[in-house]
Design a protein around this ligand. Structure first.
Ligand code: F6P
Length: 564
C-alpha cells in the first residue's frame, strides 16, 4: 500500500501501460516489423490503399500510408480493449466524473445532443438546458444580424469583438475563419485575446464604439488577460458613449460565473451560460461560439452542431476497427511511443482552416501534456506530442524540407476537400494535386537507384535521396461546410481522448498552467511599484526585473545612441 489518496474515477483494470500484454506484444512486433518500408508494404498488398480506410458521414480517412501492418492494427485495437477504451467512452457519454483531478463530468458531447435525447448529470437532464441556451443565442444573434439590436446611440451593430483567451478565443477565431465563407460580409468580426496592449489597439483602432458589441467570453470570468481587456474595452467605449448604462448595449457575456458578470456591469439577461462539465478547449460548440453564430447565423451554427453530433455518434457506436477517432488516436500512439515521433503536423489544404492547427495545439497539448496517470503515478511512456502546422501549400515552401529529409519522423495529417468554396481558374486542382503528391512523396520517397537512373552525378546523389517511409493520414471530405467543420473538430476531440485513455491520464485538467499565473501575480507589483522593492527570486529573475525597471521609463536610444 502506498498510502496515496486516489480519486474514485482513477481506477483502471491494469497497473501500468507497459506491463499490459498488448503493449508488450506491440514492443515485440515493433522489434520485428518496425523497420518495414511503406514501399514494401504497398508492393505486398496492392489493395492496401482501398483497405486501410474508414469513413464517417462522408468524411473519409485514408490511413494506409502509416507504417503499420494488419498485425500492428490488430495489436493496437487489442491495446484499446485492454485499456478499457469502450468503458471510458461509455463513462464519458453517461456523465461520469472522468475528469478525476477536478472531479467533474466531461460532457461536451451533450452540447450537440438533439432535443429528444436525455443526458443526466447529478440527477439533472442537461439537454433541455443546452437547448434553452441555444435558443437564447439564436434570438440574440437574429437581433444583432437584423439590426434590431441597437447600440446606445441608436446605431446598428457592425462590429463584433470576442474578448477571451485559450478555449474562449481559439475555438471562436478558428470557427469564424473556417466558416468565413458563410458569414455576414457586411460586419466585422475581431478577436482580442493577448494582454499585450498592441492587441487591443490593433483590434479597436478603426472601430466606432457606437457600432461595436463586445462579447466577453470567460468560463471563470476571472482570467487576467480577458478581464484586463474587458475593462480596457469598457473604458474605450465609455470614453465616447459617456454613459455607464451604455455598457448594457455594448457588452454581453458568456460565462459560468453570473456574479462576476453582474459585477462588471453586464445585464445578466444578456449572459449566455455554460456548465462546469464543458472544458474551455471543448467549448466552441457551446455559448462560447456566440460570435460564430452571429457571423454565420443560427441555422448554419446548428448545422455545425449536427456535424459534431454525427461524429460523437460515430465515436460512441462504431466498432473500433472502423472508428475514425479511435483509429487516429491509436495511430498517434504507435507513431509517438513506438516510432519515436514527438510531434505531429496538421496540414489543411484549405485556406479557411488556417487557424485549425493553432486550435488543435490547445486541444491536444493542454489535454495530453501530462506527466502523471489518473492515480498520480508517473507515466511510463511519453505523452502528448507537439502539434503544429500551416495551411498547404505555404508549409511546402517553409518546413516540409525537414519532414521529407530531416532526421526526425513527423507524422502528418493532410486535410483536403474535393470542392472548393472559391472556384478560381485551375487553383483547386493544383492545390489538391499538391496534397496528394506530398503524401505520396513522404510515403515512397525517391531511391538512390531511381536518382542514378536519371543520370545524376555521383556526388549529388545522396543529397537528392528522399528516404520516404514517413507516416501520414489523409482526411478528405466533399466540401468545407459548417457540418464538416463540426465533424472534423469532434474527430480530433475524440482522438485526443482516445490517446489520453491509453496513457491513463486526465485529458481534461490543466494544472500546469497555474504556476506561471501565480508567479506573474507576485511580480506585477514588483514592476509597478515606484520604490525599489526587495526582490526574493532567483538571481536570473531578479536581474531581469531590475533591468526591466531601469529601461522601462528611460528614453529609448537609436543605434547612433541618440534618444528617440
Ligand atoms: O489557462 C488555461 C485556461 O484555463 C484554459 O484552459 C482556458 O481555455 C483559458 O484558460 C481561459 O479560461 P476562461 O474561459 O475561464 O477565461
Amino acid at each position: 500500500m502506498s498510502g496515496k489518496t486516489v480519486s474514485p474515477e482513477s481506477r483502471r483494470p491494469v497497473a501500468t501501460l507497459t506491463t499490459l500484454p498488448a503493449w508488450k506484444a506491440l514492443v515485440e512486433h515493433h522489434r520485428q516489423a518496425g523497420s518495414l518500408h511503406l514501399r514494401q508494404i504497398f508492393d505486398d498488398d496492392p489493395q492496401r490503399g482501398e483497405r486501410l480506410v474508414a469513413e464517417a458521414d462522408g468524411l473519409y480517412l485514408d490511413y494506409s500510408k502509416n507504417r503499420v501492418t494488419d498485425d500492428t492494427m490488430r495489436l493496437l485495437l487489442q491495446l484499446a480493449k485492454d485499456c478499457g477504451l469502450a468503458e471510458r467512452i461509455e463513462a464519458m457519454f453517461s456523465g461520469k466524473k472522468i475528469n478525476a483531478s477536478e472531479q467533474r463530468a466531461v460532457l461536451h458531447v451533450a452540447l450537440n445532443a438533439p432535443e429528444n435525447e436525455h443526458i443526466i448529470v447529478d440527477g439533472v437532464d442537461v439537454v433541455p438546458e443546452v437547448h434553452a441556451v441555444l435558443d437564447h443565442m439564436s434570438r440574440f444573434s437574429d437581433e444583432v444580424r437584423s439590426g434590431r439590436w441597437r447600440g446606445h446611440t441608436g446605431k446598428a451593430i457592425r462590429n463584433v469583438v470576442n474578448i477571451g483567451i485559450g478555449g474562449s478565443d481559439l475555438g471562436p477565431v478558428m470557427a469564424y475563419e473556417a466558416l468565413r465563407h458563410y458569414s455576414r460580409r457586411d460586419m466585422n468580426f475581431r478577436f482580442l485575446s493577448n494582454i499585450d496592449g498592441t492587441d487591443f489597439e490593433e483590434v479597436t483602432r478603426d472601430l466606432d464604439p457606437e457600432e461595436t458589441l463586445f462579447i466577453i467570453v470567460s468560463k471563470t470570468f476571472t482570467t487576467l488577460e480577458t478581464l484586463t481587456n474587458a475593462h480596457t474595452a469598457r473604458d474605450w467605449s465609455l470614453k465616447k458613449l459617456k454613459d455607464e448604462t451604455a455598457v448594457q448595449k455594448h457588452f454581453v457575456a458568456v460565462s459560468t460565473n453570473g456574479e462576476g458578470v453582474a459585477k462588471f456591469g453586464i445585464d445578466t439577461a444578456n449572459m449566455f451560460g455554460f456548465w462546469d462539465w464543458v472544458g474551455g478547449r471543448y467549448s466552441m460548440d457551446s455559448a462560447v461560439g456566440l460570435s460564430t453564430m452571429i457571423a454565420i447565423g443560427p441555422d448554419n451554427f446548428r448545422a455545425m452542431l449536427a456535424g459534431f453530433h454525427a461524429m460523437d455518434e460515430h465515436f460512441h457506436s462504431t466498432p473500433f476497427a472502423g472508428n475514425l477517432p479511435v483509429l487516429m488516436g491509436l495511430l498517434s500512439i504507435w507513431n509517438n511511443n513506438f516510432l519515436g515521433a514527438n510531434t505531429a503536423a496538421v496540414l489543411p489544404y484549405e485556406h479557411y482552416l488556417k487557424r485549425f492547427p493553432a486550435y488543435l495545439q490547445q486541444l491536444a497539448m493542454e489535454s495530453n501534456g501530462k506527466h502523471v496517470t489518473l492515480d498520480g503515478s508517473p507515466v511510463d511512456v511519453s505523452t502528448g506530442p507537439v502539434y503544429w502546422g500551416e495551411p498547404g501549400t505555404n508549409g511546402q515552401h517553409s518546413f516540409y524540407q525537414l519532414i521529407h529529409q530531416g532526421t526526425q519522423i513527423v507524422p502528418c495529417d493532410f486535410i483536403g476537400f474535393c470542392q472548393p468554396l472559391n472556384d478560381v481558374g485551375r487553383h483547386h486542382d493544383l492545390l489538391l494535386a499538391n496534397l496528394f503528391a506530398q503524401a505520396e512523396a513522404l510515403a515512397f520517397g525517391k531511391t538512390e537507384q531511381q536518382i542514378r537512373a536519371e543520370g545524376s552525378e555521383d556526388w549529388l546523389v545522396p543529397h537528392l535521396v528522399c528516404e520516404g517511409n514517413r507516416p501520414t493520414n489523409t482526411l478528405l471530405a466533399q466540401k468545407l461546410t459548417p457540418f464538416t467543420l463540426g465533424q472534423l473538430v469532434a474527430l480530433y476531440e475524440h482522438s485526443v481522448f482516445t490517446q489520453g485513455v491509453i496513457w491513463n491520464i486526465d485529458s481534461f485538467d490543466q494544472w500546469g498552467v497555474e504556476l506561471g499565473k501565480v508567479l506573474a501575480q507576485r511580480i506585477v507589483p514588483e514592476l509597478e511599484n515606484k520604490e525599489e522593492p526587495e526582490l526574493g527570486h532567483d538571481s536570473s529573475t531578479n536581474a531581469l526585473i531590475r533591468r526591466y525597471r531601469q529601461l522601462r521609463t528611460k528614453p529609448a536610444q537609436n543605434q547612433a545612441g541618440q534618444a528617440r
